[in-house]
Structure formats: C-alpha cells, structure tokens
Design a protein around this ligand. Structure first.
Ligand code: GLN
Length: 551
C-alpha cells in the first residue's frame, strides 16, 4: 500500500523508545474511540512521525471472525489474513498503511496464549493469575509493536468502557506501563459531555465520575477528549480540568461532525497533536508541521460533488450499517475521486421478489451485491443479479456476490437449472461454486477459510486488466467456497469470462460478462484495501459506470 505522507525514514524521536498512547473510553460506548485514535494518528503521521494503531478488544472470542455482523459490525481482514475489528479498517483508511494480526488483540487471544504457555510448563509451577500473567501478556502484545523502534508512536485503543469488568486487566496493564515508564506513556480518556435540553446546560458530572473510576484503578488520564453536541465554553473546560486533574489545554472538544473524515481537522483545531507532543517532551517549536493538503483535497471533493448516483447495496445485514462499513467507505472514496455523491439505497435481499423487483431496483444507476454467509436472502440476490444482467445495469459482485452471479449465469444463461453453491445446497447436481478438495476434510470452522492477500493475474484484453492498469494484483480474501473449475469452459463459451486467476492455485478470482455495460464480480474483497488517499480501482470504475448509466 503506498504511503501518503512524507514519513521520514528515521524514527523522528530517535534516541528514544517508541511512545505509547492509550485511548480509553468513559461514560458511554460508541463515542468513537477508533475515529479519535485514527485522527490523532493521522495528525502525527502528517507531521512525518511513524505511527501505528492497535485495538485491544475485551471479549472472549479469539477473533471477531465467528461473530455475526449484527453483533459487532463488519469483520475486517488484514493482508496477513487476520479477521479483526472494524476499527482496523478506519486505521488503514485514515493512515493508508497496512495493519496486521498484531494490531488487534482480544481477551480470548490473550487467554489462549497464556493457557498454551501454562500447558507447556513455561510458568515453572507458578499459580497462573490475572496479575501478573494476563497483564504481562497484554503488555507484551502492546510492547511488541515498539520492540524494533520502528514507530515513533503506538496508539492503543482499549475497547469497551472504563468500569466494565472485562476491561479491568487492560486498565491495569496501562497503569503498570505508565508506572514503569511515565515519560513514554500517555493516556487519553474519551468521554461524553451530555447536553440537558430542559436545563439548557452541558453536564460535566458523568466525566468527573468516569475519571474518578480510572483513578480508582490507579490511572490518571493526561488528556480528556470530550464528545459533545455543543461547544464547550472556557468555564466548562476549566471546570473539567480542575475536577479531573488535567491542564486546561488538555481538555479537547470533540464536537459532532458531518463526516468522520472531518475529525482529524477538528482535532487539529483543538491542538490535540500539539498537546500530545508537548506532554511527551517534544519541543513543539522545532517539531515538524503537519501537511494535510491531500486530506483537504479529498474532503473538498467529497463535500462538493458535481453530480450524484444511486447505488443499490443488496445484502442481508442492511439494518446494521456497520456490517458493510468498508464497502460504504470504499464507495465514498471512489465517489470523492469522481466528484460524485453516492446516494446509497440499502436493499434487504430477503425483501426482493419477482413481484416488486422493478419497483425496488428500477431507479438504480448501479447494483452492488454484498458478501455474506449462509442461505438467507440468496433468492433476492439471484433475482437482483438477473435484473442487472438482463437490463444492462452496472453490476459489481463481491465474494458471495460473485458466487451468486456465477449461479445466476449457470441457471439462466447456460441452462443448468438447478445449479447452486454447495454452501446453500449441498447435493446440487451442478455445484458451480464448491469447496476445494483440501477444504472438504477440515472440520474446524476457523481452518477452512481462504484469508488474507493472494495474488491474482489479470487476463490481457479484459475489463479487469484495463481497470487496474497492471497485469497482476494482490487482494484480500475471506471465504470458503470457490468457482468450480470443471464448469469454466461452459461459462466462457456462454460469455462469462474468468479474467482474474490465482497464478499459484489456478482459482478464479474475477469474472466479467463481455457483452455487458459493466458486469464485474470478484471472489476477493477489494473494499478492505480502499483508503482515502488510494480509492480502489474497482470501486472507481463501478461508480464511473453507474454515473454513465445515470438516468
Ligand atoms: N459464504 C461464501 C464463502 O464462504 C462467501 C463469503 C463472503 O462473501 N465473504 O465462500
């Protein structure tokens, strides 16, 4: 992934170790710790510092791969194949740098590692306890990112809210790290300042209580970032400072923003980066200044579209917008690139049928069929694809979206009436989407997925090759089922071409229909790789085709 800012090759705080910045949350969940962490990282990166961000999740699942999207939103996948929290998507989209498994740790993973060590006898007969063994493992997972001094700053976001039973070992680990190395460790506490409309007042008490709770655990926050719907005046700021033992310039307002991409600039206005640098002993006068010109350019395009397109996003988790976070963000990045506003129509695949399809999809300029697992809503997806194919509406299928496109084509063009994916119908006579032989023998759910980045060669003369402008790419995967090679020639003869092929395994990664305005589907997930400064070519070309098609 190309790097956006003028990051230096040297560690800018050279001579010193990496600094650790922890971001905790208080009062309420969903305050946007991930966005605040990513925004601070962006500001430091724009000054030339090397930054990475990590998320510690206090739940017991080893990773979010087994979580239903309704529980936790989208599962984000890193290049090395880690299934992670969606906040890592924000980190990559903001920073334009890749994260890995080390950037997302859960309680389940911490315990798994401690228990494995215990079984191997590594604790030499000691009683294994939360302190020091679990907390040491947490610290190890944080400090490993700083072990090579590759980064100036390691920003670690602690999931959950201070006071939750689950997050106690994490807060204890923060306390210990601060105690061991106070000059290298900083704690930012994100809280909520509620507005009581009946009283016409902003209230600081919940924040005071939340900071008291942190103090009970031995952690004094250095900086408060306060989510608010209204401006914090000087009186409120000094009251917060006094009651929470922080300097007045360390009370940072985080007012509700129109878009998450405004937040780095709002944090800059509040001097969050300056306060951080001062607190860790950087002479602010000689520190490099931030170059955010490309970010400004993106925002300018994003906020001033010259046209708009209506894209239908067909999926089965549409009630929870976070389930398709990377897709909606990737559409926005592409839209900004083309100065086009994306009007997204969220369409539940279970609610589409022969009777209402024209009414539901008729006004769309482009149709995107989303990834997913299981059989729910499949028929609606197949109908939508048939609609896009036969009415020449630009179509983009991702993962399950590609698999459905293959099934639809097999049934309605090739004439294999009962064709299906064996995920949905195990004993179909025409398994056009199937497990590969080696996967059939694996029973562990975590073991069967094709995860992370794989190479893909693009066929000469194909639309895919034209769009990417190169002959080979690497893209991220998260699926079990594959295009069944035995049917390939039938598809190609009928006009659906396999134009992206894995050069090692021969697996089909992209299909496209030659005689269609725009019909491309990928087995991989291009949405994970789209960032603000590097929108993904497949999203750009899909939005561009939809613009052309706009009524
Ligand atoms: N369920 C399909 C598979 O496992 C597709 C997965 C996806 O869309 N991410 O292959």
């Amino acid at each position: 992934m190309p790097n956006d800012s003028a990051q230096s090759s040297d560690n800018l705080t050279s001579g010193r170790n990496s600094r650790y910045i922890f971001v905790t949350g208080g009062v309420s969940s969903s305050l946007g710790k991930g966005i605040i962490s990513a925004s601070l990282a962006k500001l430091l990166q724009a000054r030339g510092y090397k930054v990475t961000i990590q998320k510690l999740d206090p739940y017991i699942n080893v990773d979010p791969g087994t979580l239903n999207p309704y529980e936790h939103g989208e599962c984000y996948v890193t290049v090395d194949g880690a299934e992670t929290d969606l906040d890592l998507g924000h980190y990559e989209r903001f920073l334009n740098v890749c994260t890995t498994q080390s950037n997302n740790i859960t309680t389940g993973r911490i315990y798994q590692s401690v228990i494995n060590k215990e079984r191997r006898g590594e604790y030499l007969g000691k009683t294994v306890q939360i302190i020091p063994h679990i907390t040491d493992e947490i610290k190890r997972c944080v400090q490993i990112l700083g072990s090579e001094n590759e980064f100036d700053f390691i920003i670690t976001e602690i999931g959950g809210t201070v006071g939750d039973i689950e997050s106690l070992p994490y807060i204890e680990a923060v306390r210990q790290m601060k105690w061991e190395s106070p000059e290298d460790t900083l704690v930012i506490h994100l809280t909520l300042i509620p507005y009581l409309s009946a009283a016409g007042e902003l209230k600081t008490k919940p924040t005071q209580h939340s900071v008291k709770q942190l103090l009970e655990f031995g952690v004094q926050p250095d900086i408060l970032v306060c989510r608010t719907e209204h401006e914090l005046n000087a009186g409120i700021r000094s009251k917060l400072a006094r009651f929470c033992n922080v300097s007045p310039d360390s009370v940072i307002q985080s007012i509700d923003a129109d878009t998450i991409y405004d937040v780095p600039l709002l944090m800059k206005d509040e001097k969050l980066d300056e306060v951080v640098l001062k607190k860790i002993g950087v002479d602010i006068e000689s520190a490099p200044t931030a170059d955010l010109s490309r970010w400004h350019d993106f925002l300018n395009r994003y906020k001033n579209p010259e046209r708009s397109v209506k894209i239908g996003l067909i999926g089965k988790y549409v009630e929870l917008k976070d389930s398709y976070k990377s897709i909606t963000e990737a559409l926005d990045h592409a839209g900004a690139e083309l100065k086009t506003g994306i009007e997204l129509d969220w369409i539940h695949s279970e609610q589409i049928n022969e009777g209402n399809i024209e009414e539901r999809l008729g006004g769309l300029d482009g149709i995107l069929v989303a990834p997913g697992f299981g059989s729910r809503g499949i028929e609606g997806k197949l109908l939508s694809i048939k609609y896009a194919r036969t009415k020449d509406v630009p179509f983009f299928g991702i993962c399950l979206g590609m698999q459905c496109a293959v099934v639809e084509f097999a049934r309605n063009v090739i004439g294999l009436e009962e064709a299906h994916s064996t995920e949905i119908k195990e004993y179909t006579p025409h398994p056009v989407i199937d497990l590969m032989m080696e996967q059939k023998s694996i029973t562990d759910m975590g073991g069967t997925m094709r995860l992370g980045e794989y190479p893909c060669d693009l066929k000469e003369g194909s639309k895919a090759r034209e769009i990417y402008g190169v002959d080979s790419v690497e893209e991220r995967h998260r699926h079990r089922y594959e295009f069944n090679e035995t049917y390939r020639s039938q598809f190609e003869e009928a006009g659906m071409l396999a134009t992206g092929i894995n050069p090692v395994s021969g697996l089909v990664e992209i299909v496209e229909i030659r005689e269609h305005k725009y019909f491309i589907a990928s087995q991989f997930h291009p949405e994970y790789a789209s960032t603000v400064l590097a929108p993904h070519p497949l999203f750009i070309s899909f939005v561009a085709a939809s613009v052309k098609n706009a009524k």
